[in-house]
Design a binder for this molecule. Structure first.
Ligand code: CA
Length: 381
């Protein structure tokens, strides 16, 4: 089998109501999707992560101009060989960010093709499934005005719980005092409901403020404190782990086995959060999972992309060993973004949804999902 064509689809949709995370206002949702075609008539799909402020055209250009010539004519089932070919060819100008996101998108598509060719889901190719379903956590609590929204966020927590979520991640980083006020309002609203909270500041603070926030929230028994400091400040991560009892999470802005090696060797995180669409795809995530296991670090993928990224994450989660084995070991949970996204769910014919507090992991060949081409056309940039 040979790769005959690589098609990039850039999708965009403005949001009726923009929302903020700590780094800025998200006014549109976008996606960089990659379709890899073969001479066997099998097509694979991948997605490059595009966070809320990132132009999707950057990864699209890397796919079209840098990576496509490297894989045309190759056997798409040579996933490891092609990953290294793409990484080595872009090393001097890549290694991080959108170039690795572009590699990730192609890699996911190659695994989708390989699974389809063999009639097996990707998790089967990765060595089998530890689980057939996963508990989702609600990522939400974005801001519509900025500060002073504690009561609205408390109501949002109740809505998530009534929709079936037992885990929730609160977006913080809008000022330490405002953050603390919001957490107390949310805590009061969900008291006695058996909800576990996480927090995520998207590296809004330096070490002193990050630690002050963490200490003020120690009573919440948070499952993790995500991106407390800037991704470059590895020593800051190490310091947070030493100063706080809450597990420290990070990695959505880190890439490949090389980047994660630096986090693990330094002892920077308790929970590593590679995003399938930017860490290097399925191949990149597989490397990172093995490294994490060797360093006693849990892996819990970051997911903020559209349906293809969600599907890729589910395939990895199925094949993800628990970090610390025991009878009642902590299982990975699925990031389930609750913010507005006009096309995420509609992009595939059988949307990935939470039902009764669980998300089923697809068992069909490859990613186990089918793209609705009418939706591609509707949201094409
Ligand atoms: Ca995050």
């Amino acid at each position: 089998m040979k790769v005959t064509e690589v098609v990039v689809h850039v999708l965009k949709s403005p949001l009726a109501e923009p929302f903020a995370f700590s780094q800025g206002w998200v006014r549109q949702r976008s996606a960089t999707l990659v379709e890899v075609r073969t001479d066997a008539g099998i097509t694979g799909w991948g997605e490059a992560f595009a966070q809320g402020l990132e132009p999707p055209e950057i990864a699209a250009a890397a796919v079209a101009h840098a990576l496509t010539p490297l894989i045309l004519g190759s056997d798409p089932q040579d996933t490891e060989v092609l990953w290294h070919r793409m990484y080595h060819a872009t090393r001097d100008y890549g290694r991080k960010g959108s170039v690795v996101a572009a590699i990730s998108a192609i890699d996911i598509a190659l695994w989708d093709i390989t699974g389809k060719a063999r009639g097996a889901p990707i998790w089967k190719l990765l060595g089998g499934a530890f689980r057939s379903r996963v508990e989702p956590y609600a990522t939400g609590f974005y801001r519509l005005r900025g500060q002073g929204e504690a009561e609205r966020l408390a109501e949002e927590a109740i809505r998530h719980h009534e929709s079936g979520f037992r885990f929730m991640k609160v977006k913080l980083g809008y000022g330490v005092e405002d953050d603390i006020a919001c957490m107390h309002a949310i805590g009061r609203a969900i008291e006695g409901r058996g909800v576990t909270l996480m927090i995520d500041t998207n590296h809004a603070y330096g070490r002193a403020e990050a630690a002050r926030l963490g200490r003020a929230l120690e009573g919440f028994d948070l499952r993790w404190y995500e991106e407390p400091v800037a991704p470059e400040d590895v020593a800051g991560y190490v310091e947070m782990r030493a100063r706080l009892s809450t597990p420290i999470a990070g990695g959505e802005n880190e890439h490949t086995l090389y980047g994660f090696r630096d986090l693990f060797v330094a002892g920077a995180v308790d929970v590593a959060q590679p995003d399938l669409g930017s860490c290097g795809g399925i191949t990149g995530a597989r490397h990172i999972v093995a490294l994490a296991q060797a360093h006693g670090v849990a892996v819990n993928p970051h997911v903020w992309g559209s349906a293809i990224a969600q599907a890729a994450s589910l395939q990895l989660i199925a094949a993800l060993p628990v970090a610390h084995h025991s009878l009642f070991a902590q299982e990975p949970i699925l990031e389930y973004d609750r913010s507005s996204h006009p096309f995420r769910q509609h992009l595939i014919t059988a949307p990935i949804v939470q039902q009764g507090g669980w998300v089923a992991i697809p068992g069909g060949p490859g990613l186990g999902v089918e793209v609705d081409r009418a939706v591609l056309e509707k949201f094409r940039a």
